[in-house]
Design a protein around this ligand. Sequence first.
Ligand code: PEP
Ligand code: MN
Length: 337
Amino acid sequence: MIIITQPKATEEQIARIVRRVREFGLDAQISRGATRVIIGVIGPEALLREKPIATMAGVEAIVPVSKAYKLAARDSRGASTVLVGSVPVGGEEDVVLISGPCSVESREQILSIARIVKKSGAKILRGGAFKPRTSPYSFQGLREDGLRFLAEARAESGLPVITEIMDARDLSVIEKYADCLQVGTRNMQNFSLLKEVGRSRLPVLLKRGFSATINDLIMSAEYILSEGNMNVILCERGIRTFETAARYTLDLSAVPLLKAKTHLPVIVDPTHAIGLREFVPQMSLAALAAGADALMIEVHDSPDLAKSDGDQALLPTIFDELVPRLRAVAAAIGRNL
Ligand code: PEP
Ligand code: MN
């Protein structure tokens, strides 16, 4: 059993809950997030009668241990909405476009692309300042300068910012500038990083590992949730299969499956999945039809000069033409974009 405390629970209330658990002869493991505390109850839970705990001051919810993932499970609560800045991701109605370049390359580049994608209808800006590259000789990102440029682009455009974290040591600097942390495909099972972002006040966009099963992805989300950060968004971004014609294979079945198994918002990144700009529009339309709560699409105004992922970035005109088609699909399934 897991006890989730209210964000405003006092230290005294938490101590009283822990004492009550121990009175029943059980142990309590405490995880502290930025806004709330999660108390894991260890021992034969039958000893604990749920009622006297559920009504204690400071308790928000009690989640029985019925699945390997307790906090992510659909039955632990209804569909969640996660706020990125002031933009809600998830829920029944609205779908959100997240867009921007793969990497922040310069101040001018990110300011210009932010203007472009905002004009077309994007609600959140993406851009990497710490880049996970296959080769150590490839562009690694502008680091803190990149974060500063992203924050400047947010100030000008009003778009909240998502950026990748690769190393827990960078958390405090990223927290200074960003609205949402992205954990990339290569770090989906970096459990110490997951625990660190689980203690952040920022929401986390968790991308599926390209060799990870759906269950692996949910268990990684559980690491973040179990540290007290309830704001996790799942992202399908393509998996490695025997097929080599596309960069990865977009597993759209993950969307309805994740939504049935968890209460977390589920989004799709068609760009990294197919890896070829020519086919990004088709995969974006399909992802929306499958029920994605948001799409993350890379856009670049001069992709031939891009320092990363130029082959898959949409040109601004193509992105702009795609948005009304996405709106039509959203409307056809009773959602708004
Ligand atoms: C990215 O979003 O730029 C990225 C590197 O994604 P992924 O981790 O899915 O490859
Ligand atoms: Mn990229």
